[in-house]
Design a protein around this ligand. Structure first.
Ligand code: GLC
Length: 559
């Protein structure tokens, strides 16, 4: 294996470990039960000590919060519940002073229905320039009473909503691939393009290092909005097995080529990471061509089953595809949309057997959270040793499990109602973080000691304190301390991050690979095996007598 060039000689986003902050659930400075910008600022020392390179903050813009920020009503300001533009500027400045990069979320597929453009469109006439910023169509049927096509919304139900015109009569329909309150923009209208270019510059001028592009594969729809063929009654998955007329259309790449020019016109390796639920890996790689985006989340990896075959296959396919375009990999196991990996790995859900890895109900009776945690820890060491960058989601460093028993009357995710209360939605991975072990101040989430776990915007379960930062700080074997050690090693080891890797044969049930500088990573999916000779750097569970137990990963130096 060739020696690697030093990390400082390449753009930061080829190696970075980025920490995703779901702002509403991270830290609440003003005691209203919702996280905020000042809460993030107060926890920068925690993030610095954790050893991450960048932060991605989920949408912090003014929003009616129908989809918790992913329904934006003003792209160039801050949600008053979260703070002010000044607070945001201060956060960016302080993060930079600590050597932490800042990525903000941009939501270009749709706005909130409260956005001034959509409000103007509702008031304007069919065919007007105001309507043309969104996707309005006449309905089918004798009096336009049927939706323009058969598309379904991701959250459930039809993807079209009929409006009442100014004269009080039923009128046109508009497209919303997500909630009714999230109308899709019309990206064929140059005004939409100009608006987003101004938005990007607005935040770039304030010093952000990059953007996470929401639904990056959705902005362009197939010409003529054709029906989905062979549609079953289900709502479309983000990662559709079938080619859909609203996902991954070739036209999106033109947008990214324009955006890349904007990023490159600024100093300091500004970047974007695509939320493109696209498969196979060769389609993802298209977003990563030299004149497009820097990173794209690896959702094939995220949806892998815990097991040697699936993981190895997906790692190989991804590495091969991105090699062809010269891009770095971006590994991810968790985010605010999927069941936490502790639960997924505990359940050992099998894709393709009716259960999916994103299942939110699962068979709770099969849940072995200790096993899930053990696997999630091993998975973390695997992910952080692979070539490229990685994205971790708040609470992953605490091995937080999914909260499965949020009372139904407290569920907030629009999926719950839109699926007619079939899909509980994503709230279980969004419960506010436990910073302290005792329950006052909502386990330390809130700046107000009187805020109880039940008063946090999503209620915290009574066992939440067992996972607190406070308790894990004190325990050398905690998941938090494992992440800290692994990230510290990752910074020092020149062979980690971007670069080459090489599989080697060790045992049939052990994933084994080498990185430059004599570094090896082993992940054991089966029975105990003897470790090779060398220096043990970190392990995901305790090692005794130099034996590697099952569901355990180690990092070693062998020469
Ligand atoms: C993305 C976000 C998700 C949101 C959806 C609609 O998938 O990650 O949270 O609901 O887009 O904006």
């Amino acid at each position: 294996m060739t020696k690697q060039n030093p990390r400082s000689s390449r753009p930061w986003w080829r190696d970075a470990v980025t920490y995703q902050i779901y702002i509403r659930s991270f830290a609440d400075s003003n005691g209203d039960g919702k996280g905020d910008v000042e809460g993030i600022r107060s926890r920068l020392p925690y993030l610095k000590k954790l050893g991450i390179d960048a932060i991605w903050i989920t949408p912090w813009y003014p929003s009616p919060q129908k989809d918790h920020g992913y329904d934006v009503s003003d792209y160039m300001n801050i949600e008053p519940d979260y703070g002010t533009l000044k607070d945001a500027e201060l956060l960016i400045k302080e993060a930079h002073a600590m050597g932490i990069r800042m990525i903000v979320d941009i939501v270009p597929n749709h706005s909130s229905d409260q956005h001034e453009w959509f409000q103007a469109a509702l008031k304007a006439a069919p065919g007007s320039k105001e309507r043309d910023r969104y996707i309005f169509r006449d309905g089918k049927g004798a009096s336009g009473e049927l939706p323009p096509n058969n598309w379904q919304a991701v959250f459930g139900g039809p993807a079209w909503h009929r409006i009442t015109e100014a004269d009080g009569k039923p009128g046109q329909w508009y497209l919303h691939l997500f909630a009714v309150e999230q109308p899709d923009f019309n990206w064929e209208n140059p005004e939409v393009n100009d608006y987003f270019e101004r938005t990007l510059k607005f935040w770039l001028d304030r010093g952000v290092d990059g953007f996470r592009i929401d639904v990056a594969h959705g902005m362009v729809k197939a010409e003529g909005l054709p029906d989905v063929l062979d549609r079953d009654s289900a709502s479309p998955e983000m990662l559709a097995a079938q080619r859909m007329p609203f996902w991954d259309q070739d036209g999106v790449h033109e947008i990214y080529r324009r955006w890349r020019k904007i990023f490159d016109s600024y100093e300091g390796d500004r970047m974007a990471v695509a939320e493109a639920w696209v498969s196979p890996a060769s389609r993802t790689a298209l977003y990563l061509r030299k004149d497009e985006l820097a990173n794209s989340f690896n959702f094939d990896f995220l949806t892998s089953k815990w097991g040697i075959e699936d993981l190895k296959k997906n790692i190989d396919l991804s590495l091969k595809a991105i090699q062809d375009v010269g891009a770095p990999a971006s590994w991810v196991f968790n985010n605010h949309d999927v069941v936490r990996s502790v639960d997924r790995f505990a359940l050992g859900l099998q894709p393709g057997t009716g259960e999916t890895t994103l299942d939110r109900h699962g068979d709770v009776t099969k849940l072995d959270l200790e096993l899930g945690k053990r696997r999630a820890r091993a998975g973390a060491l695997l992910m952080l040793a692979l070539p490229g960058g990685a994205y971790i989601y708040q609470g992953e460093e605490l091995a937080l499990p999914e909260v499965r028993d949020i009372p139904e009357d407290r569920l907030e995710d629009p999926r719950w109602n839109m699926s007619n209360k079939i899909d509980k939605g994503r709230d279980g991975c969004r419960v506010p973080l436990p910073w302290k072990s005792s329950s006052d101040s909502a386990f330390g989430f809130s700046g107000n000691a009187k805020v109880s776990p039940d008063q946090a915007w999503l209620p915290q379960p009574n066992w939440w304190g067992n996972y607190s930062v406070e308790s894990q700080e004190k325990d050398p074997a905690s998941t938090l301390n494992m992440y800290r050690l692994a990230l510290e090693i990752r910074h020092k080891e020149n062979g980690l991050g971007d670069g080459e890797m090489e599989w080697f044969d060790f045992a049939p049930h052990v994933l084994a690979f080498r990185r430059a500088g004599g570094f090896i990573c082993l992940v054991n999916f089966g029975g105990e095996v003897k470790l090779p000779e060398g220096e043990l750097l970190v392990s995901s569970s305790p090692i005794r007598d130099f034996m590697l137990p099952s569901d355990t990963a180690v990092w070693m130096r062998t020469k």
